[in-house]
Design a protein around this ligand. Structure first.
Ligand code: SF4
Length: 312
């Protein structure tokens, strides 16, 4: 930004920037019913706060959807912060639990991952399960948009991780709004896409939006952890590095072909999926023997019926 602002002018600048981002990219349109994915962290609380504040002007409706992964000593504190803000704002929050959807908490899943040598990391399972629940809940609650609190730093970190893994599909998917559409998928939007983490932190401090400083115990297994430190280090040495990486990301996404419309349905759970069996079912089968058997039966049945159809 390159300017020094007092408290009032910073708040005004920040809110205007988010509002203009929403308008410019048409993230929210008149009549939208917006589900805000809230974790109880500063980014998602800020998103919930601002979308509620703008809802009258944008002629939209706002509510929150949260996921309780079952991470003892962490999630309960974040959910407390969320419940306080939601009460202050008078916004409804709906909570989905890993235990109810997948019959295991993340803590239990991590024990099983440890037993299998930790070849799959907790964040991979957590991210896939969370996206599954968020989309399903938002859709079932009639949301026309699903807003997340991803900020500029998150986007830069994910882009670098995807680039390092040559994960083109991931680069394509992670924009300011989702380009992938299909029955059962609620379009995702990211109102803080152009705002840095530091700016969000400053805003929450100035506005008194409180979240406890507890960190997920599984963050140490995430590739994102060292990448984040590296990017912050380079930014300190070379100011505006993050903006340049974001610009590179946008350029790359422009060059990539738009994904085909219409996700298919997972053979096992029936949720939208880009492959015959969705990732959530594959992870669940990896972690749960009974579910693995059910998955195998469904696939065998499907293959048998496909063979039958092709014989006639
Ligand atoms: Fe889930 Fe990883 Fe985030 Fe923890 S750090 S909440 S395991 S994604």
């Amino acid at each position: 930004m390159g300017e020094y602002l007092c408290r009032e002018h910073f708040i005004e600048y920040f809110e205007r920037r988010v509002y203009e981002t929403i308008r410019h990219f048409q993230l929210i349109e008149e009549g939208d019913r917006v589900a805000v994915a809230v974790s109880g962290g500063k980014d998602s609380l800020t998103t919930l706060y601002l979308l509620t504040k703008f809802s009258k002007e944008l002629k939209s409706e706002v509510f929150g959807v949260a996921v309780d992964e079952g991470i003892a000593g962490y999630r309960e504190y974040k959910l407390q912060a969320l419940s306080k803000l939601a009460n202050d704002l008078g916004v409804k929050i709906f909570i989905g639990r890993f235990k109810d959807y997948f019959d295991m908490t993340l803590d239990e899943a991590v024990e099983r991952l440890r037993g299998k040598g930790m070849k799959i990391k907790p964040c991979s399972v957590c991210g896939v399960f969370r996206r599954f629940i968020m989309n399903k809940m938002a859709r079932e609650l009639g949301a026309t948009k699903l807003a997340t609190g991803h900020n500029l730093d998150d986007e830069v970190q994910v882009f670098v991780m995807n680039a390092l893994k040559a994960h083109i599909e991931g680069v394509e998917r992670e924009g300011i709004n989702s380009r992938t559409t299909g029955e059962g998928l609620v379009p995702r939007i990211k109102p803080l896409y152009l705002i840095t983490e530091k700016e969000v932190l400053t805003y929450t401090l100035l506005k008194g939006i409180h979240t406890p400083f507890v960190e997920c115990p599984y963050i140490v297994y995430a590739l994102r952890h060292p990448i984040r430190h590296w990017i912050n280090h380079v930014e300190d040495e070379t100011p505006s590095f993050k903006y340049k990486v974001l610009a590179l990301k946008e350029l790359t996404r422009k060059l990539l072909p738009k994904p085909l419309e219409g996700a298919q349905r997972c053979l096992v759970c029936g949720e939208p999926s880009s492959r015959p069996v969705c990732k959530a079912c594959l992870f669940r089968a990896y972690l749960d023997k009974d579910f693995e058997q059910r998955l195998i039966q469904k696939i065998s049945l499907y293959e048998a019926s496909t063979r039958l159809k092709s014989d006639f």
